[in-house]
Write a protein that binds this ligand. Structure first.
Ligand code: 3H9
Length: 702
């Protein structure tokens, strides 16, 4: 009897084995056992002269089922057994590929004797992006098929290749247009007619080559520099070396051992958490999946500065026409010229053609008149971060946008509900917080206002996918998810500076944890004046803590004109782009400490620096969760992984806190509450955090 997710059908003297396991035909235990049963059944079937292996649906197998790696079913059946059964079938097996042929999917295909692919096929072994290595023969079969150097490059990069490239490399035998299955059947019949052999990839010899020792040494050296402590890449090189030096079966055993080591590594656990968390972000509790969504075919943007221009490019890249508005003709011309300059620079590097530059620019219409937004389905304001200015813009948009059009604000911290009211049509208003540079950063915080219509929210989430952003929904609060959490992190790094730590010490500690940039370098890059301006606004609103020393380093440096990299000095002095320690900063910090009665210390440990910066961030994340600003801890992780340079191998701050253990986080918050004489309630653990810790739970369970 056929297994439901794997079926066998006859086409004359050929059998077609079809995997049908939506959405991506992942190799779950059911699919693996189904395949094993199917191929075992075909061994003795004398009426079958050859087999085509294909997939139903939008793609060939996109990999092993990632969700099974933590569960006992992983050991219930081994994909290697399926591959061995196919390879030793004794009649030609042709694999018909389409869509994303990834990971275990490509390993399955390489165990077949021949491969044909639809032109849209993308083939790759992305395991390394999950902290893994190919664990079903990928590291042993790929070098046999395409050579060691290309195999190493494909497996270490994790990036898929096109069908064309795969054919050039020898990974695919033919590219078939039209009905892939029919073509694969014809291909198989032709093989049988010319009595072509069952090519076993495992039996291909890797030619002895003196250059390989150098290749592996070079790869290891490269990894030491580039992969910043990643666990899997070095194991991948070991496996490829095993493929060269050992018989196939022994190489396979090495690969399996190392795969299991990777699978249990904290890095892979974190990366797999992030994989699923990212996919979860689009699932909004209570949002009806069948809502009719307003189509977004034309987008308006107010403001052609760096942010507005960056936002525009996202839509132009996706083929969506843009109306870009400025108040003055010269500012508009500058904005349009900057977009063109950016595209031309990309074209000069060969990453797009000059024809494409013209095509994208043709989609972008400059305007000085709000009336030109009349035919836009969405208009995003990207003007100066000031409540009065933004309110005026929203009010204007409320008048000129057609009924049903969506109005978005790109504020990074202001009250979206207040802005929505200013528009006069709050149900149409949503926050779209892009991160700078807006055409590069993947993160988009979508801020759901009190009155945002569900269809507006859903339409913006669908659009985000189209422009290849990872969208996370946030409720309304100061700074939304990311910037609100950043506040505690920066607060403590600035207190540490006043207490005697240096910017380079603080940055070194956070960067060795894996942050792309420590807080001082980050502020210097983002602009200290920008941070100080937000603090100034909050001081006016009366929403800052009643602590005169609060964020004083930032405010003082801004007053002194030390705005960061752009003025050549901030927390550091800049030699070109290189930050250099500046004794003047030490002096300023010592002076602030004496002004505010903060005790200076000779030595502050790395552990204290890490804990004082990281735990307030996690604590704020807990508050964000308990207030319902974020739907899930995983959403918070995705914000930090994609918008703030949090190390992917740590899975985001909430996952990292789960790994450290919430009881320890609570205990250390208590410790610093005592040490810092917590007059301003900075160190009080969030109720949710205390509750989870006391119950032995994790954020992942919240
Ligand atoms: C591996 O193969 C190990 C082997 O070497 C050896 C083992 C021994 N498993 O991304 P989407 C789900 S490691 C389980 O939104 P898209 C996903 O969660 C694996 N589920 O669609 C989502 O579910 P839901 C190597 C998976 O069109 C739904 O499918 N392979 C898997 O934007 C749609 O996903 C990879 O690393 C999976 N392998 O992109 C490929 N893949 O609807 C990982 C997807 O419930 N996958 N799902 O939220 C991808 O890169 C993308 O999903 C893909 C489609 C490009 C395929």
């Amino acid at each position: 009897m056929n297994h439901p997710v794997v079926s066998v059908a006859r086409r004359g003297d050929l059998a077609v084995v079809t995997i049908d396991s939506p959405p991506v035909n992942a190799l779950s235990v059911n699919v693996r056992t189904g395949l094993l049963t199917a191929f075992t059944g075909l061994v003795g079937d004398a009426a079958v002269a050859g087999v085509v292996l294909a997939c139903a649906g939008r793609t060939f197998v996109a990999g092993s089922d990632i969700a099974e790696f933590d569960s006992p079913v992983f050991d219930e059946s081994d994909l290697n057994d399926v591959c061995a059964a196919i390879e030793s079938l004794g009649k030609p097996v042709v694999c018909a590929l389409h869509g994303t042929t990834l990971g275990g999917g490509l390993e399955l295909a390489m165990a077949c004797h021949y491969r044909v692919a639809a032109p849209n096929t993308r083939l790759g072994l992305p395991e390394v992006t999950l902290g893994l290595l190919p664990g079903a023969g990928g590291t042993q079969r790929l070098p046999r098929l395409i050579g060691v150097a290309d195999a190493l490059e494909i497996i270490l990069s994790g990036s898929p290749v096109s069908a064309d490239k795969a054919q050039r490399l020898g990974l695919v035998d033919a590219i078939v247009d039209g009905d892939g299955l029919d073509q694969a059947l014809q291909f198989t019949r032709a093989l049988i007619a010319r009595q072509a052999p069952c090519r076993k990839t495992s039996e291909i010899a890797i030619a002895p080559d003196g250059g390989l020792t150098t290749l592996f040494a070079g790869a290891r050296q490269g990894l030491a520099k580039k992969s910043r402590g990643a666990f899997a890449p070095a194991k991948i090189v070991d496996c490829l070396e095993a493929a060269v030096n050992l018989p196939f079966a022994e190489g396979l055993a090495v690969e399996r051992r190392m795969f299991v080591e990777c699978m249990h590594s904290p890095q892979s656990v974190a990366l797999r958490h992030a994989f699923f968390a990212e996919r979860e972000t689009g699932k909004i509790p209570g949002l009806d999946k069948n809502l009719a969504l307003p189509a977004i075919g034309r987008v308006g943007i107010v403001g052609a500065g760096t942010m507005g221009g960056g936002i525009a490019m996202n839509f132009l890249n996706a083929g969506i026409p843009v109306v870009l508005l400025e108040v003055a003709a010269d500012a508009l011309a500058r904005g349009l010229a900057n977009i063109r300059k950016h595209y031309e620079a990309t074209a000069s590097k060969g990453r797009m053609t000059f024809e494409e530059v013209d095509q994208r620019m043709a989609l972008c219409r400059g305007s000085l008149d709000y009336a030109d937004f009349g035919d836009c389905d969405l208009v995003i304001e990207a003007v100066f971060e000031n409540m009065d200015i933004k309110k005026a813009v929203l009010a204007r948009l409320g008048e000129v946008c057609r009924p049903g059009a969506i109005i978005a604000t790109n504020t990074s911290s202001l009250d979206v509900d207040e802005l929505a009211l200013a528009s006069g049509r709050p149900a149409d208003v949503v926050g779209m917080h892009f991160f700078s540079p807006a055409n590069v950063m993947r993160l988009l915080e979508v801020v759901r206002g009190r009155e945002t219509a569900p269809a507006v929210l859903a339409a913006v989430l669908a659009l985000a996918r189209k422009i290849r952003k990872v969208a996370v929904v946030s409720g309304v609060c100061f700074g939304f998810i990311g910037n609100r959490m950043l506040e505690g992190y920066l607060r403590e790094s600035e207190f540490l500076l006043m207490e005697g730590a240096t910017p380079s010490q603080i940055d070194r500690v956070l960067e060795s944890f894996g942050m792309a940039m420590g807080p001082c370098r980050m502020m210097d890059m983002a602009g200290i004046d920008v941070g100080a301006k937000v603090l100034g606004e909050r001081a006016k609103e009366g929403t800052l803590p009643a602590d005169p020393s609060y964020r004083m380093p930032c405010r003082t440096l801004a007053e002194l004109g030390r705005h960061g990299q752009k003025t050549g000095a901030g927390y550091y002095r800049y030699d070109g782009r290189t930050p250099v320690h500046d004794p003047e900063v030490d002096r300023i910090m010592a002076e602030l400490a004496s002004r505010f009665g903060i005790a200076r210390r000779q030595e502050i440990s790395d552990e204290e620096i890490f804990e004082r910066c990281f735990y307030p961030l996690v604590n704020e994340g807990a508050r964000i969760l308990e207030e319902g600003i974020a739907y899930r801890a995983g959403d918070i992780d995705i914000v930090w992984l994609n918008g703030y340079g949090f190390p992917s191998v740590k899975g985001g701050p909430m996952h990292a806190a789960d790994v450290i253990g919430l009881p320890r986080v609570v205990a250390r918050l208590g410790h610093y509450a005592e040490q810092c004489k917590d007059r301003h309630d900075y160190w009080r653990a969030a109720d949710l955090l205390s509750r989870l810790a006391a119950g032995g739970h994790r954020f992942a369970d919240a």
